[in-house]
Design a protein around this ligand. Structure first.
Ligand code: GTP
Ligand code: MG
Length: 344
């Protein structure tokens, strides 16, 4: 599965400080001095891929990144202070594109990958540099170089093996938090997940990536709610995990709402392998579980698993089912030997 997350940033590196022409003043007369220092360099703007981020959403709120200018040189050979660099911390998998949105400038695919987006201007030379044997106090220095100003796009593509589906409040984030290293926001009100969270899940020594997608509501495929923003992105994952809140009095309708959205969205989404799970069974007694399961299985027309993200009952079985689907999907998409050997 691929998410496309896009942000536009406006960056500017700092200008270099001017070089200094030092002078002495005696009785209102200025004498050139011999010791003007260089200007400091302007700060650069740098991007670095860091761990623990999985969205560019922060860049929608802050879009301007201007590094400081270098300070001018001073007398007595003192160099101006350099402007500080600005570091944009971006998620692994971020591509940086030019303003045209086409030219890829950098692809930060591993933790620690770094790229300089705008170099700070060099500081100008102070008159110290222009000293000759005949002119010990030249009235000459260099101005600092200008900074660089650019508009760039950051684009994030994250890849996940399994995508979580379900109405708001179905318990998607709780499940992800219980099974992975991800720490999504969980609350008893809908739409607590406003952007996708990814978690690495492990079962039987195999790891895969699960994405928590903001709750789908009826009409998502037509652009209502938040789900529509992300429905397109679930197209590429191997399997969908559809969670149905077992405590909901309308659980069959809840299930059908999501299926309706998948079908309305079109494409191959509705045909994607799906694991349907009756969730929150810790809140149901045996009789309620059996009844809820029967109703849901009838709606699905096939078996339904049961689990609780809170008590973790049934969670391992669900992860195994996902894993089986992912393995099968990988086998299906593995290039055949002929394809691998084919040379143009
Ligand atoms: N009893 C019980 N409550 C659960 C379970 N899983 C989640 N909840 C509760 O249900 C509420 C919603 O859980 P979330 O995990 O935030 O639901 P979500 O599907 O991520 O919701 P959105 O992000 O709004 O789409 C919270 O109050 C959870 O504590 C469960 O297995 N059992
Ligand atoms: Mg959530």
């Amino acid at each position: 599965m691929k998410f496309l997350d896009l942000a536009k940033v406006h960056i500017r590196s700092g200008a270099g400080g001017n070089g200094c022409i030092s002078f002495r003043r005696e009785k209102f007369i200025e004498y050139g001095g011999p010791d003007g220092g260089d200007g400091g360099s302007g700060g650069s703007v740098i991007a670095e891929a860091v761990e623990g981020l999985n969205t560019l959403i922060d860049f929608r709120y802050q879009q301007h990144f201007f590094a400081k200018n270098g300070q001018p040189g001073m007398g007595q050979q003192r160099t101006g202070k350099d402007g500080e660099d600005i570091l944009l911390r971006v998620p692994v998998g971020t591509e940086i594109l030019d303003e045209d949105e086409e030219t890829v400038i950098a692809d930060l695919s591993e933790v620690g990958d770094r790229v300089e987006l705008a170099r700070g201007g060099n500081g100008g030379w102070g008159n110290l540099h222009f000293k000759t044997s005949t002119n010990q106090a030249p009235r000459r220095s260099n101005p600092g170089q200008e900074g660089v100003e650019r508009t760039l796009w950051l684009r994030l593509k994250l890849i996940a093996d399994a995508g979580l589906l379900g109405l708001p409040n179905a318990g998607k984030s709780t499940f992800l938090a219980a099974t992975s290293n991800a720490r999504p926001k969980i609350a008893d009100y809908p739409f607590t997940t406003l952007h996708p969270n990814l978690g690495v899940v492990g079962v039987d020594d195999v790891e895969f990536v699960v994405a928590d997608i903001p709750g789908l509501i009826e009409g998502a495929s037509e652009g209502r709610g938040l789900g529509d923003l992300f429905l397109g992105h679930v197209e590429r994952c191997s399997v969908l995990l559809h969670l149905v809140d077992g405590t909901s009095p309308t659980l069959v309708e809840d299930y059908e709402t999501i299926i309706g959205e998948l079908e309305a969205y079109g494409g191959a989404l509705a045909d994607k392998p799906r694991v349907t799970v009756l969730n929150k069974i810790d809140a149901l007694d045996d009789e309620e579980r059996a009844l809820a399961r029967e109703m849901l299985e009838e709606a699905v027309g096939g078996p339904v698993m049961m689990m609780s993200g809170v008590s973790r009952e049934g969670v391992t079985e669900v992860l195994r089912a996902l894993r089986t689907n992912i393995d099968e999907d990988r086998l299906r998409h593995k290039p055949s030997q002929e394809e691998e050997q084919w040379q143009p």
